[in-house]
Design a protein around this ligand. Structure first.
Ligand code: APR
Ligand code: ZN
Length: 271
């Protein structure tokens, strides 16, 4: 492991066609909590499973009630200097592609254009019946007006900013339906147990085939869809550098792990 700032500077100077993979750690300074701690253990409640969302109305109620309360924090979050550093790298022509596991769209808000949201995007919802797409923001008003009794202090506060809502509160929660066909709405993200659209994966793999190195920023790599880029990079003989304060699943195959947050590591690198 190394924690030398200039190690990152040298790495960036030596590679002009990077694939960058980011995770929740890069958005933590923007106020959006990570899922796991520095040991890779879950910090909070286990995530919603794709299958449960499809088959259980109680899961959909829990999801949409928590989302009604939690969406404003995501909508109002701002990109931080690490997002901006990666945007500058793109502007300098040094990025083949930025693949993010985050669903917060902060890279795009920082001005990055060459971005693939590997796990989808929270600012959009999709109808499972007719496929219509709608903005999540347009739904917020509907959710709030259909559930006027739900407020920011409903239930119990949780450390991740979410709220634990009692079953009777959830039972009365009115979940939204598609404005076009009254079908079931789902956020345009990949839940656990869901699959990443093959075309999205193919684009990421094709970009990795063209890249000259893989840089991972702010991810524990506990989820296979992120970790597999590291495996493939090594199969392709590409250098793999990880910037992350916590342990990651790919530490044993990385050429270098800089044990710092993205903000710290990029702070003194003149991008
Ligand atoms: N503050 C806190 N943690 C940070 C910071 C920071 N400033 N910078 C980096 N980290 C590190 C944590 O130590 C942790 O190792 O960021 C990492 C975040 O790891 P995870 O929470 O597991 O996030 P991520 O790797 O993006 O998770 C991948 O798992 O839950 C699913 O779909 C979800 O996209 C997510 C995927
Ligand atoms: Zn519909």
């Amino acid at each position: 492991m190394t924690d030398s700032h200039d190690a990152l500077a040298h790495f960036l100077a030596a590679h002009s066609n990077l694939l960058v993979l980011t995770g929740a750690g890069i958005s933590a300074p923007s106020g959006l909590p990570t899922y796991r701690d520095e040991n890779g253990s879950w910090l909070y409640r286990k995530p919603i499973q794709h299958r449960d969302f499809l088959t259980r109305e109680s899961t959909r109620k829990r999801y949409w009630a928590r989302s009604t309360l939690g969406w404003p924090a995501v909508r109002d979050a701002s990109p931080n200097e690490a997002h901006c550093a990666l945007q500058k790298l793109e502007k300098k022509g040094q990025l083949e592609l930025l693949v993010t596991q985050n669903v917060d769209r902060l890279h795009q808000r920082a001005g990055s254009r060459r971005v693939i949201d590997l796990h989808g995007r929270l600012d959009r919802v999709r109808c499972l019946d007719c496929g219509a797409l709608a903005s999540r923001e347009s739904l917020q008003e509907t959710l709030a007006s259909a559930n006027p009794w739900l407020s920011a202090d409903s239930g119990e506060a949780r450390p991740d900013g979410d709220r634990d809502l009692p079953d009777d509160t959830l039972a009365r929660f009115e979940i939204p339906s598609c404005a076009r066909c009254t079908g079931v709405l789902i956020p345009d993200v990949v839940f656990f147990g869901g699959s990443i659209p093959p075309a999205r994966h193919d684009s990421c793999n094709a970009a990795l085939d063209r890249a000259d190195a893989l840089l991972v920023v702010g991810s524990s790599l506990q989820v296979y869809s992120g970790y597999r880029f590291c495996r493939r990079a090594k199969e392709l003989g590409l250098p793999l550098v990880i910037v992350n304060p916590g342990k990651t699943r790919a530490d044993d195959i990385a050429d270098m792990r800089i044990a710092q947050t993205a903000a710290e590591a990029f702070a003194s690198v003149q991008v």
